[in-house]
Design a protein around this ligand. Structure first.
Ligand code: PGA
Length: 253
């Protein structure tokens, strides 16, 4: 299965930075890597980046969306608006949405459902806080997040759905789970997905790792059998480091 590498720009970038980034990506050969590449810029940059990125083999996605189609929801963006802007993907439940903006499992589920129903492909982000990890609750928390989002979802398939396991304590901190820890959690997540959906669904679902993925640790993490890609924050802001991560993807997968 093709690895999937996402670049989450969070609240960073400008039109100029985006165009320079994409021309540098093309120059460095982003069009000929073996992985699927998705960039998640701020909403304002999606139309520009979608047009400029197509011939570099890069798709774009929204970092978030709202679950209703239209109406009096100041500040929100609907799934159809994302699609209209050129995005083909979205993130649901990124840890900053969960923990800075207070999104509950229920909200994340509604967002996932609405995005998939609109025909976008979604990355469900899950992961435990440091307190939860230290209290030995990692498995319970991540299992709950996966089950809550996935159970009885109608429009979901391994083609339009990806999970990103991102331990919250590893995001933006320079800390990472060891490749063994990542592998263990990914295998567990796959088991839980199999229990909710089916073995076949789980076997074909890509699970990304996220949290301080950098050029110097990417190869080790991405070569683990249960790791099918990465969701990259800081290191996706520079074409050079993002390309180094893309080049670290093992060819056999
Ligand atoms: P980071 O962010 O790579 O900067 O830790 C990852 C993410 O938030 O998806």
């Amino acid at each position: 299965m093709k690895q999937i590498i996402g670049g989450n720009w969070k609240m960073n970038g400008s039109r100029l930075i985006a165009l320079e980034f994409l021309s540098e990506m093309k120059r460095l050969g982003s069009g000929s890597v073996s992985s699927e590449i998705i960039l998640f810029p701020p909403f304002t940059l999606i139309p520009l980046m979608t047009d400029a990125a197509a011939d570099a083999g890069i798709e774009t996605g929204g970092q978030d969306l709202f679950w209703l189609e239209k109406g009096a929801f100041t500040g929100e963006i609907s799934p159809a608006m994302l699609a209209d802007a050129g995005a083909t993907w979205f993130l649901a439940g990124h840890s900053e949405r969960r923990h800075v903006f207070g999104e509950t499992d229920e909200v994340v589920r509604k967002k996932l459902e609405a995005g998939l129903e609109t025909g976008l492909r979604g990355i469900l982000c899950v992961g435990e806080l440091i307190d939860e990890r230290e209290a030995g609750r990692t498995e319970e928390v991540v299992k709950r997040q996966v089950e809550f989002a996935l159970k009885d979802q109608k429009c979901v398939s391994p083609e339009n759905f990806v999970i990103a396991y991102e331990p919250v304590w590893a995001i933006g901190t320079g800390l990472t789970a060891t490749p063994d820890e990542a592998e263990r959690m990914h295998s567990l997540i796959r088991e839980w997905v199999a229990g909710i959906m089916s073995n076949d669904f789980a076997d074909n679902t890509r699970i990304q790792y996220g949290g301080s993925v950098k050029p110097d640790n990417a190869a080790e993490i991405l070569s683990r059998p249960s790791v099918n890609g990465a969701l990259v924050g800081g290191a996706s802001l520079k074409a050079g480091s993002f390309m180094d991560i893309l080049r670290a993807v093992p060819l056999r997968k």
